[in-house]
Ligand binder design. Structure first.
Ligand SMILES: [Zn+2]
Length: 412
């Protein structure tokens, strides 16, 4: 191979210039950088001779014909980022889908089912307050009217942004019919440290974790930091701190759940005033629904017990609930066969992060492939996956598409 051979790492470097900031990449849905990324995806797909379409949610599709006029095997990920995102989260899976299809062209591999690459719109929920926006619309989990009624922080509606200059792409045909794919495979960076720590380069995702989020409001009594004796205080922050530490201990005693408190608001938040009220959020995740149900009960019981002992009022509200989504067993078996045919060891592992695959799984068999993330870092500018691992992921995806096609064709 010559030194000048193009690589997917080059393409991702090029995409990373779109929305680049000192802290990372800011490519929120329907901004100039997001539009440029979708336009680049279209340009690459058309250079490969693909037929490109988009839907009214902003998703972009590039199809490679199959021998049959059947629903396609779909593969891809998202091009949008969080405000301080990295070059690989999402973009890798979308661009790799194009690379996998191109590899099959080069190897003159025909498939029975059409293959389709997709760039999902707005997975991160960073502009409009809905995660997996594009894939949830595609899967019929949210209808177009409910998307169009969303507003961003600047008071711009989804409909206005989509219909503006940075919205839908000019010259790309609209598809108004949502047709469930025959299967869906998403390639993504792990965004965690497990593959790297185990020295394995491919992950076969077992399930995407379910999630429960709570907001806990602790109300005590304010007072002068110098005059109220310790024994007479009802300090809301110390009570909140005790709850946080107790939840950590409960989670640490159970391998299959992670619990995080990442947001906490202290009032009045003054050096010389005893905190009157603390509002904080708990995020609990597990691929085991029964564990989540138990943790949810524990969160309420722990907060109330500590609140009662400290003489503060505690109110727990459930603010988000998302069920765990298992990946399709037959697709996972096809991935395992594909990885083995490449001579690659793979690890079965759950995904603690949410992905478009969990939405598409509502209408089609879905599976995910992970490649390692250096240091497990993600949603930061220095997110990194080695070029060799990026290439291996493309090879694994291409092989997986062929294996899935062959198996589904045999089933009729
Ligand atoms: Zn992602």
């Amino acid at each position: 191979m010559s030194a000048a051979a193009p690589s997917i790492a080059d393409d991702l470097r090029r995409l990373a210039t779109l929305g680049a900031t000192p802290l990372g990449i800011d490519r929120r849905l329907f901004t100039p950088s997001d539009r440029a990324a979708r336009a680049q995806f279209v340009a690459w797909a058309r250079a490969d001779g693909r037929r490109v379409t988009q839907d009214r949610a902003g998703n972009v599709f590039a199809q490679r014909a199959g021998r049959r006029a059947a629903a396609p095997i779909l593969t891809g990920s998202h091009l949008d980022t969080v405000p301080t995102g990295g070059p690989y989260d999402g973009a890798y899976g979308a661009v790799a889908a194009l690379w996998a299809l191109r590899r099959l062209d080069q190897d003159a591999v025909d498939t029975e089912f059409p293959l389709e690459a997709v760039a999902w719109a707005g997975e991160e929920g960073s502009r409009f307050p809905l995660g997996c926006l594009g894939s949830s619309a595609f899967a019929g989990l949210n209808d177009l009217a409910s998307l169009e009624a969303l507003w961003d922080d600047d008071g711009v509606s989804f409909a206005a942004a989509r219909d503006g200059v940075n919205g839908l792409l000019r010259g790309v045909a609209l598809r108004d019919e949502t047709r469930a794919p025959s299967a869906y495979v998403e390639l993504h960076i792990e965004q965690g440290p497990v593959l790297e720590n185990r020295g394995v380069r491919l992950g076969n995702v077992t399930a995407i974790a379910g999630q429960r989020r709570f907001e806990i409001e602790v109300t005590g009594e304010s007072g002068h930091a110098g005059t109220v004796p310790m024994g007479l205080r009802h300090d809301a922050l110390v009570a909140a701190a005790e709850i946080v530490v107790a939840l950590e201990a409960e989670a640490a005693a159970n391998d299959s759940v992670v619990v995080t408190v990442g947001r906490l608001v202290v009032e009045p938040n003054q050096t010389n005033v005893i905190p009157r009220r603390v509002t904080f959020r708990v995020d609990a995740r597990s691929i085991d629904e029964s564990v989540l149900t138990r943790i949810a009960a524990d969160v309420v019981a722990t907060a109330e017990r500590i609140g009662a002992r400290r003489g503060v009022h505690v109110a727990v509200a459930s603010i988000e609930r998302r069920a765990a989504v298992a990946m399709d067993a037959r697709l996972r078996s096809a991935l395992a066969e594909a990885f083995a045919s490449l001579g690659e060891e793979a690890l079965d592992l759950p995904s603690g992060a949410g992905h478009d695959a969990m939405c598409v799984a509502a209408i089609a068999p879905a599976a995910m492939i992970f490649v390692p993330s250096a240091g497990g870092r993600s949603h930061v500018g220095d997110e990194f996956t080695s070029p060799a691992d990026l290439d291996l992921g493309v090879a694994a995806l291409a092989q997986a598409l062929v294996t899935i096609d062959r198996r589904m064709a045999k089933e009729g």
